[in-house]
Design a protein around this ligand. Structure first.
Ligand code: NDP
Length: 244
């Protein structure tokens, strides 16, 4: 099936790595004008090197004021992908307030804020549009050490429903996608341990995590790839078969 986003302007958050980067590149390939937002300039530099038509915006989305300033001149947006998120894994009894606040600031509050900025423009122009929030299966499934992450994604699902309710009359569609494990940098953080991975993998009929072999290759900077390899060697060198 041929998909065209010709004439559309898409904004993707967390576009420096992983799913967001692959989404930005895919949208650009399908003809969209793409604005890529993330907080690491080096990732934006390599993204623009890979696809020169992408417009980079470097900002920490946890910073409300900086986000407002960074997005004020991006122009009219037709499609928004709220993808940026962080996953700080801590056992429930060891959850710290700083990690809690950081996760809610990025995974929930920034989604609300960026959506407000974009949807206000859509409403004013009467153009309608589409917003996709990248949630997770973790919104519905209890995962060990993921108390805060699961809570942010549960909150995001409900935020998505209310956004859909309130923005629908302005012809703005709001949906979420709730992937299971994708072997990006975040996926590896949570699921590189073979014993832990088994508990998840055994419930996936395809018997593998997403993100390897077929389709997009997920971007992990070389130095972090090296760190990961060293880590996985020190824990026995186990790697998911056929992935990355
Ligand atoms: P990655 O960690 O690989 O990439 C996340 C991207 O978001 C990075 O570019 C990161 O930049 C950026 N980002 C994080 N915090 C901020 C911030 N404060 N301001 C601006 N940018 C920020 O994650 P994935 O690609 O794996 O995940 C993408 C989405 O998919 C997330 O919403 C995640 O919750 C969801 N998801 C992922 C799954 C998985 O298994 N990977 C499963 C289900 C859902 P930097 O590196 O510079 O911090």
């Amino acid at each position: 099936m041929e998909i065209s986003f010709e004439g559309k302007h898409a904004l993707v958050t967390g576009a420096g790595k992983g799913i967001g980067r692959a989404t930005a590149l895919a949208l650009a390939r399908c003809g969209a004008k793409v604005t890529a937002v993330t907080r690491t300039q080096a990732d934006l530099n390599s993204l623009v090197q890979e696809c020169a038509s992408i417009t980079p915006v470097c900002v920490d989305l946890a910073d409300w004021g900086a986000t407002e300033a960074a997005l004020q001149d991006v122009g009219p947006i037709d499609l928004l992908v709220n993808n940026a998120a962080c996953a700080n894994l801590q056992p429930f009894l060891e959850v710290t307030p700083d990690k809690f606040d950081q996760a809610f600031s990025v995974n929930v509050k920034a989604v609300l804020h960026v959506s407000q900025i974009v949807a206000r423009g859509m409403k004013a122009r009467g153009s309608g549009g589409s917003i996709v929030n990248v949630s997770s299966q973790a919104s519905q499934c209890a995962l060990r050490d993921h108390a805060v992450y699961c809570a942010t994604k549960g909150a995001l699902d409900m935020l998505t429903k209310v956004m859909a309710l309130e923005l629908g009359p302005h012809q703005i569609r709001v949906n979420s996608v709730n992937p299971t494990v994708v072997m990006t940098e975040m996926g590896r953080l949570g699921w590189s341990d073979p014993e832990k991975a088994k508990t998840m993998m055994c419930r996936i009929p395809l018997g593998r995590f997403a993100g390897g072999g077929r389709g997009e290759q997920y971007f992990i900077p070389a130095e972090r790839q090296e760190q990961h390899d060293q880590r996985s060697h020190s824990t026995g060198g186990w790697r998911l078969p056929g992935l990355l």
